[in-house]
Design a protein around this ligand. Sequence first.
Ligand code: NI
Length: 177
Amino acid sequence: MTGHICEIAQLGAPVLRELSEPVEQVSSPEIRQIIHDMINTLTSTQGVGLAAPQISQLKQIIIVGSRPTARYPHAPLMTPTVMVNPGFEPLSDVKEKDWEGCLSIPGIRALVPRYKIIKAIFTDRYGNRVEQIYEDFIARVFQHEADHLDGKVYLDRVETSLDIISESEYFKLFAQS
Ligand code: NI
């Protein structure tokens, strides 16, 4: 099965605001194709995660694939993980604000409050139910991608418009630190 590089839905596309359906059978040809397409599409970008609605598929599938890139120079390295029907519970009430961006919202970064430590529960691409604890950046990516399945984008969680900046200014911040 070959994956394609798909067009990424951009903010304003109605598909980004709809609810995704649970996946019934991870091994079905339709779902396997979507997963291949998501992996190929994410690999073709500088992104650290992708949700199925971003390739216009309203299925509960995300990929969390943190790695250092030009967009996220300080991201930890992690094997890209396909997560089907993902859910999570925060393991503490503590939220932290940090920078996020989104392939569906190019040119913008914003500070977003997210739970610092979570227990994620999902089905992997082989059909196994997995529980995994994530902290900090990876927990952040997980929560960002899970939001896409609820028709939310990270700008919905920004506390003030003062926390929204252009990507060019964001890179200046990193150049100074
Ligand atoms: Ni996103």
